[in-house]
Unconditional design. Structure first.
Length: 441
């Protein structure tokens, strides 16, 4: 079988095998840490906290943390504070020339921005950790706390802050020495960790009378179709032909060569939906984890409500354009083509080429962003059709997009290692296209 042969090929490449094993070891370490309860909290009395995080926006927070949120774990705050800090830093690159200049400085500028992101992450954690402690104090009975008072609060804030920073460090280590993007991998593992229990819960509901086996099979088929649609969204491209001018070398004339620039329908990947979800969680973080409150708090604490999903969809469309603008630079693409003697047939080099590429990106980004927003709100639609909130999280939304995007990116990296060593890739024809990769012709 091709799959078995691919596994054998991977085993022959020492560097690739070491990277995969290193990634698995980091993931195991992260999962073990998710079950280490905060010192001073009785792990046998967390049932009420688990009930609180069984659905809604609290369930989303718990999913992103891989269940650590409901375990009162040292990793309870997960990686989302880092994501929030990244959003703020990237927004600053639009507003302040200092950050714009830093972004253009290459590797040194990237290191500086990463350092600022870490500092901001710590600040967010120092604000968010006390809010989390207030929540578990209100939810859990007094007997659940072995320790109390100022010492417990201060030590827990320090531990929660250190826990998230450690998770961030694990993600960076995966990126440097493992396979795939570490931060995305950490989020994906947290999502996968919750799938078995969610599926068992949904199967129990169906098999005990709510639709039976037929309804469960229909849900699985629909989920499969949604996964395929999401893969098409992530991999979709629009190819722009590029003609390289004829060149004369010595007495020989070489004809022009036609190649293509693949512009992705969803060049931003899963980042817009992560950014949007992080912003939609801000009311919970600022006001507190309790869903009780006024009309504003009620509306934006119900992730299956109309207003929550409308605002989320608008944010996703806006962030898709924003993130595409900072990742795809038509000016740079036009300059690179001009330097290499290339041009788009029928389009003048220079400003006209920039306008043409920018226009193409605007046209293909609009339907991509709308479909991305639609996939993001699919869990709410699924809930309205009677699917449990836990299982509905996998009918689109952040979870499915992250799963598909990260898996494709990781497989693309593995395939690149195989092809570099002259082994067959993972597919019989063509190449796997990740969120950031192009198409190999």
């Amino acid at each position: 079988m091709r799959f078995i042969q691919t596994i054998k090929n991977i085993a022959k490449i020492e560097d690739l095998k070491a990277r995969i094993l290193y990634t698995l070891a980091i993931i195991l370490l992260y999962r073990l840490g998710s079950f280490i309860t905060l010192p001073g909290v009785d792990p046998s009395q967390l049932e009420l906290l688990r009930n609180q995080t069984s659905g809604g926006i609290m369930g989303l927070l718990n999913m992103f943390s891989g269940g650590a949120f409901s375990q009162a774990s040292i990793f309870a705050l997960g990686i989302m504070p880092y994501i929030s800090a990244s959003i703020v830093i990237q927004l600053l690159t639009i507003v302040f020339p200092y950050f714009q200049k830093m972004q253009k400085e290459g590797e040194s500028g990237r290191r500086k921005m990463n350092q600022y992101t870490r500092y901001l992450t710590v600040i967010i954690l120092l604000l968010q950790a006390p809010t989390y402690l207030v929540n578990i104090t209100n939810v859990l009975p007094a007997s659940a706390f072995v320790l109390s008072g100022t010492f417990f609060k201060v030590s827990s804030v320090i531990i929660l802050t250190a826990g998230t920073m450690f998770v961030m460090w694990l993600g960076e280590k995966i990126t440097d020495k493992g396979i795939g993007n570490g931060i995305s991998m950490i989020i994906m593992i947290g999502i996968i960790a919750g799938f078995p229990s969610s599926f068992i819960f949904e199967a129990g509901i169906r098999m005990n009378g709510s639709g039976g086996l037929i309804a469960l099979l229909v849900e699985i088929v629909i989920l499969f179709v949604i996964v395929l649609g999401t893969i098409l969204l992530v991999q979709g491209t629009r190819r722009i032909p590029v003609q390289y001018a004829r060149r004369i070398v010595g007495n020989k004339q070489y004809g022009g060569v036609r190649q293509y620039i693949p512009l992705k329908v969803n060049a931003a990947g899963v980042m817009p939906i992560i950014f949007a979800q992080a912003i939609m969680m801000l009311p919970i973080i600022i006001i507190g984890y309790s869903s009780e409150g006024g009309g504003f708090m009620t509306a934006f604490s119900n992730m299956f409500g109309f207003w929550y999903n409308l605002v989320t969809a608008i944010l996703i469309i806006a962030f898709t354009y924003f993130y595409t603008a900072i990742t795809i630079n038509p000016v740079q693409m036009a300059e690179d083509m001009k330097k290499n003697g290339g041009f788009i047939p029928g389009i003048k080099p220079g400003r006209k080429t920039v306008e043409f590429i920018d226009g193409i990106m605007s046209r293909i980004t609009l339907p991509g962003s709308i479909f991305l927003a639609f996939v993001a709100i699919l869990p709410s639609i699924a809930v309205n059709f009677g699917i449990s909130q836990q299982f509905a999280q996998f009918f689109g939304g952040t979870s499915l997009l992250i799963l598909v995007g990260v898996v494709l990116d990781t497989l693309q990296q593995i395939e690149s290692h195989l092809l570099m060593r002259h082994y067959d890739g993972l597919m019989k024809s063509g190449r796997i296209k990740g969120r950031t990769g192009g198409v190999a012709m």
